[in-house]
Design a binder for this molecule. Structure first.
Ligand SMILES: Nc1ncnc2c1ncn2[C@@H]1O[C@H](COP(=O)(O)OP(=O)(O)O)[C@@H](O)[C@H]1O
Ligand SMILES: [Mg+2]
Length: 182
């Protein structure tokens, strides 16, 4: 994958497949520590400790259509290539938290990519799931929350084409305004 936003999309899709009702995605840029951190947390069905251990192996998947599960191994690889770290915390019946860190200025650190598009796809294709996107850049924070969106929109659905376009731009601008791009 060429952009971290695509890794985020894949990891968030795991959360949806695990019947999460709320998925929180956090991106944190810390210039002083030269670190970029991604965190995807859900309240889905979780995994056992033994399964978490196996899950970084590209040949482990519960899918029946395809033998090789790659979403987690690919994010782990992306982190390791940028001298970062990767971890999964999970509890059956409670949820899962996937954390990847990257050396911010590492030559092999992938760009973040189009988070506006990733989030608008996730939100518009999963009407029953709530999403929170938190972007921190040093001392500044941008938050996008579908609960607030739903309250503001009333009867207008989150997959309304105009709403989807608006969301995409809003998130893109929000990140740019605090960050200037990562
Ligand atoms: N957030 C999650 N909650 C519960 N199970 C998960 C979660 N993320 C991953 N898994 C489990 O780990 C497996 C491997 O995930 P992944 O590497 O993305 O491959 P794939 O999604 O193609 O199966 C999934 O099939 C699923 O069983
Ligand atoms: Mg997956």
């Amino acid at each position: 994958m060429k952009e971290l936003s695509l890794n985020i999309l894949d990891i968030a899709q795991n959360s949806i497949a695990a019947n999460a009702t709320c998925v929180t995605i956090q991106v944190c840029k810390d210039t002083a520590q030269n670190r970029l951190t991604l965190c995807i947390e859900d309240d889905g069905k979780g995994m056992t400790e033994a399964f978490v251990k196996k899950v970084c192996d590209p040949f482990v998947t519960t899918r029946t259509t395809r033998k090789v599960g790659m979403g987690i191994p690919l994010l782990k690889l992306a982190a390791e290539q940028a001298e970062g770290t990767f971890s999964i915390q999970s509890e059956v019946g409670k949820g899962t938290k996937v954390t990847a860190t990257f050396t911010l200025n590492h030559i092999d650190r992938l760009p973040l990519g189009d988070i506006g598009q990733t989030m608008s796809v996730l939100v518009s294709c999963n009407q029953t799931v709530d999403f929170v996107y938190i972007h921190k850049a040093d001392d500044k924070t941008f938050v996008f929350d579908t609960k607030q969106m739903r309250a503001a929109l009333g009867d207008v659905p989150l997959n309304d084409p105009e709403v989807v376009l608006w969301m995409q731009e809003y998130i893109k601008e929000g990140i740019l305004s605090i960050n200037g791009g990562v």
